[in-house]
Design a protein around this ligand. Structure first.
Ligand code: CA
Length: 220
């Protein structure tokens, strides 16, 4: 899962990036509204954390522009104060949720998890695919009830495939959603990680759809 953080407060931006990276997301950051708007417009994020008070272009205008252009990426708004008018304006502008500053990082993480999950059509934190069970809140995977140890890269890849189970996902889409913009993108990396996942999970779990990509299907 790849997240964009648009926050002009340098310290807060860094804290968000660190916490989100630790939670297993690939994270890009922007420090003003124009840069944030550009990145959100051109890169495929799974969710965006957007501050309201930004230089160059304020957060609400950024959000309105994205929505006008048809962007449906889930947006979590950071409101400066616990002001009801900010929240109403934010929701009207197309925000999916908001957190008032100062906030606990755990709350931002929980709200983001819910946004990403709901955008993919899942009501619960737990996604099941055959004998594989993913608890996205705890970041834990089990096969037939037995815990499986995955690296953060493997977990990221599996989470994306499971969130979009049934859908064929191309290597390009995986690369775009699993790595931040500074990552040296080499599509062979994806194959390596898929290979490792297949060794840790039931073999039929991740199907290769020739020429198109990968797909997870419910299996017995
Ligand atoms: Ca600000």
């Amino acid at each position: 899962m790849r997240i964009l953080v648009v926050e002009d407060d340098v310290n807060l931006n860094r804290q968000l990036k660190e916490a989100l990276t630790e939670a297993g997301y690939a994270v890009d950051v922007a420090f003003d509204g124009e840069e944030g708007h550009y990145l959100g417009d051109t890169e495929p994020y799974d969710a965006i954390v957007l501050d309201i008070g930004l230089p160059q272009m304020d957060g609400l205008s950024v959000l309105e522009e994205w929505r006008r252009a048809g962007k449906t990426t889930p947006v979590l708004l950071l409101t400066a104060r616990d002001r009801w008018s900010d929240k109403v304006q934010g929701i009207d502008a197309g925000a999916d949720d908001y957190v008032a500053k100062p906030f606990h990082m755990e709350e931002v993480l929980a709200r983001l998890r819910a946004l990403v999950r709901r955008a993919a059509g899942h009501a619960s934190n737990e996604i099941v695919c055959g004998s594989v069970r993913l608890d996205s809140r705890a970041g834990k995977v089990t096969v037939n009830g037995q815990a499986v140890k995955l690296t953060s890269h493997e977990l990221r890849l599996l989470s994306y495939l499971m969130l979009h189970k049934g859908k064929v996902i191309s290597r390009t889409e995986l690369t775009e959603h699993l790595y931040d913009q500074d990552f040296d993108r080499d599509s062979n990396t994806i194959e390596v990680f898929v290979g490792r996942l297949r060794k840790k999970l039931p073999e039929e779990c991740i199907q290769t759809v020739r020429g198109l990509g990968y797909q997870m299907l419910d299996f017995e």
